[in-house]
Design a protein around this ligand. Structure first.
Ligand code: MG
Length: 294
């Protein structure tokens, strides 16, 4: 064969493969069996054209920054690997919270059924139907969760691809489309919302599956309701560490500093309805357990 006909054959083969995939309903955002390209799209810094945050909010204790301070340094951009922990199979002792088929492990805040859409192996926020939370409660755990921000880009800053993973509904690890979408650093993807920006911005483009691997330890109070341990979290985003055992300064309200108010260590996990059709898939967790207590 000539080089020309080899090239033609290769193009036709690729097209046939793509068509077969389209007919079979393959995900356009990567499958476990698809070859992984080492060439990843590179996020370009976007010039900041407007005031991103707030300066009329309280100072965050121990820092020189206001809550949601737009002048706080923007995290460095890192191009993550292609598919770190995508579709990671749950270990044998994992509790599967969503396997792509139903929302039986989730509910609304009032205990009524979750109303988000489930299709093609993922759940999708049905905007304005409400945040959903796990029926069960957990104290110290390793959580795996995958998400995709909307492929159709709408809005900007906090209005674009916003959700969140909130322990007990009050300690938020931010979920946001942070691909070429400037926002205040303590509200970026993976931020401990309103407190600590991620170490880096490892976000992928809109519509692309991304993973969080989160290790969480609940706060503790003693019998006199004195705080003896703050909540802490480790967050790995697409294989890149955003936080390593960082302590929450308290709950994560908007435009204010949080507080620590006594509650049980076991808490529900909430996924936020922030009016954007965010998708989630493959959610499982493992209880951390304790050393020498098999
Ligand atoms: Mg949020």
């Amino acid at each position: 064969m000539t080089n020309h006909s080899l090239l033609l054959r290769s193009i036709l083969f690729s097209l046939a493969g793509a068509m077969a995939c389209a007919l079979a309903g393959c995900s356009t955002v990567g499958t476990a069996s698809a070859p992984v390209s080492s060439v990843q799209p590179t996020q370009m810094p976007v010039p900041i054209k407007r005031n991103l945050g707030y300066t009329n909010t309280p100072m965050i204790p121990g820092t020189q920054w206001h809550v949601h301070d737009g002048t706080r340094p923007q995290p460095r951009i890192v191009t993550s690997g292609a598919t770190f922990s995508h579709l990671a199979p749950p270990p044998s002792d994992a509790i599967v919270l969503f396997d792509g088929t139903d929302l039986s492990k989730w509910q609304l805040g009032d205990g009524s059924p979750a109303k988000w859409k489930v299709e093609n192996g993922y759940m999708e926020v049905a905007p304005k139907t409400g945040s959903i939370r796990t029926k069960d409660r957990f104290a110290d755990f390793q959580l795996h969760i995958e998400f995709a921000t909307p492929a159709k880009v709408e809005g900007n800053s906090q209005g674009r691809g916003n959700s969140g993973i909130l322990m007990n509904g009050v300690y938020e690890v931010q979920v946001l489309d942070c691909w070429e979408n400037p926002t205040y650093p303590d509200g970026q993807a993976g931020a401990l919302y309103g407190q600590i920006p991620p170490l880096v911005n490892a976000s992928k483009p809109p519509g692309t599956w991304q993973s969080y691997d989160i290790i969480w330890e609940s706060p503790r109070w003693d019998a006199d309701k004195k705080l003896v341990k703050k909540a802490n979290v480790t967050v790995i985003h697409n294989g890149v560490v955003l936080h390593h055992k960082r302590e929450f300064t308290g709950t994560t309200p908007h435009q204010n500093n949080g507080t620590y108010d006594p509650h049980a260590p076991e808490m529900y996990i909430e996924l936020q309805d922030h009016n954007n059709p965010m998708r989630f898939r493959n959610i499982w967790l493992r209880k951390l357990g304790e050393y020498d207590k098999p």
